[in-house]
Ligand binder design. Structure first.
Ligand SMILES: *Cc1c(COP(=O)(O)O)cnc(C)c1O
Length: 392
């Protein structure tokens, strides 16, 4: 299809209805079933070329993708691609390019050092009170910049061998863990029953206070957000969900409905964007995205600097640009709309916040600050209180 980039900035919610598929006799009923969407994912060069004019970079990328990270695109998400524009922001996220085979000395297969923080296969325990539980290695579609491409999709060099029983035992023994984040892969790819088994088992552990699910399924496969799924999830509160939207065009009518359904079942929603060159590395696009997220009842949570994953050079945007984007949001739009920009420190340091400098000078007497308009102000530090014994 053709997409007008100006409409992306206008924050219009459009439908991703059958489009090309309607010509082939696909009915809206089939389209709205998530299993139909999964069965009809685009996974081959021939399928892509039926609809898109691929560039040389893309064609070679698709041919080579099978050896690293599989290509898979749901028909829903595929419809958001502009068929003629190789620089389309949706295309850059999901269609392999030859640059994925390039490597630089700074790039790694495990950029966040997760493998070295796994006490049990599939469980990453890096922070004191919370863990990342990798429950599956499959997603509805594969982001080309995936930080876990080494284990995800089944095409890479490593396999994710999550040991559920060992993970539950570890969590039972580690009473300091109060927060479990289910991720993968995408946990919502599991059936309701299989996901419920994991959630109910976690809820039996008394010291686990807080559950959350990291998923891009609301964006790749909104048809999966069924009333039955939401009713099951709401039994396990407090349960939050982090979704992954990078560009305003991804927020379609169908996606908005899925997000609203989750919110209506009491699930607070956060968004984790990845900062990507040619996708969302501008104030205009990010502002439209975060405002549109609020309209879907999603709080922008993190903006991630792209991890130094192998083959990501064509999607890397400078940190200076990320800081510029945050500066362009703070004060200029709703505070709730502003994500925390973070770098996941290469090699396993965890997330580090990166902020524009608003404090220009600071000493014991005063702080000099600037506001979003660039005006400077002075804030006096409280005078040191006299010690009642020494200073009488
Ligand atoms: C991101 C992450 C978390 C969660 O971090 P929050 O800042 O609490 O959202 C937990 N564990 C690992 C390994 C992570 O990468």
């Amino acid at each position: 299809m053709h997409h007008d980039p100006a409409l992306d900035l206008e924050k219009t919610f459009r439908s991703s209805a059958p489009g090309y598929w309607a010509e082939r006799g696909v009915t809206p009923e089939q389209w709205n079933i998530h299993t139909w969407q999964l069965k009809n994912r685009i996974t081959s060069l021939a399928q892509l070329e039926e609809h898109l004019n691929l560039s040389e970079e893309e064609r070679s990328g698709v041919i080579l993708s099978g050896t690293k990270l599989a290509m898979a695109i749901t028909p829903h998400f595929f419809n958001l691609i502009d068929q003629d524009d190789p620089e389309c922001p949706i295309r850059r996220q999901i269609i392999p390019r030859i640059e994925e085979t390039w490597t630089s000395p700074y790039e790694m297969s495990d950029p966040c050092g997760e493998d070295s923080h796994m006490p049990v296969p599939g469980l990453v325990h890096r922070y004191p009170d919370r863990v990342l539980f990798l429950v599956t290695d499959r997603c509805a579609a594969y982001c080309r910049y995936c930080t876990r491409s080494r284990v995800v999709s089944g095409a890479g060099e490593q396999e994710l061998e999550t040991d559920y029983e060992a993970a539950f035992r570890y969590l039972e023994e580690h009473t300091e863990v109060r927060d479990v984040l289910l991720s993968g892969g995408d946990p919502l790819l599991f059936s309701d029953g299989k996901l419920e088994k994991i959630l109910s088992r976690l809820r039996q552990i008394e010291h686990i206070e807080f559950l959350r699910i990291g998923s891009r399924i609301p964006v790749f496969l909104p048809q999966r957000i069924t009333p039955a799924l939401c009713e099951m999830l709401q039994k396990y509160h407090p349960l939050f969900m982090s979704v992954h939207v990078n560009h305003p065009r991804e927020l379609t009518i169908e996606v908005k409905e899925g997000l609203e359904r989750l919110a209506n079942h009491g699930i607070p929603l956060g968004n984790q964007s990845v900062f990507l060159r040619g996708v969302n590395d501008s104030v205009e696009v990010m502002k439209a995205l975060v405002q549109k997220l609020l309209m879907c009842r999603v709080k922008p949570y993190y903006l991630y600097q792209l991890d130094l994953i192998e083959g990501s050079s064509h999607l890397q945007a400078p940190v200076a640009k990320g800081i510029e984007v945050i500066e362009g949001l703070r004060g200029h739009t709703t505070g709730y709309a502003i994500p925390q920009y973070v770098i996941d420190a290469p090699g396993g340091g965890g997330k580090v916040p990166v902020n524009p400098d608003y404090v220009l000078q600071r000493n014991e007497e005063r702080v000099v600050i600037r506001n979003f308009e660039g005006r400077t102000f002075e804030y006096p530090e409280p005078a040191v209180q006299p010690d009642p014994i020494l200073d009488y």
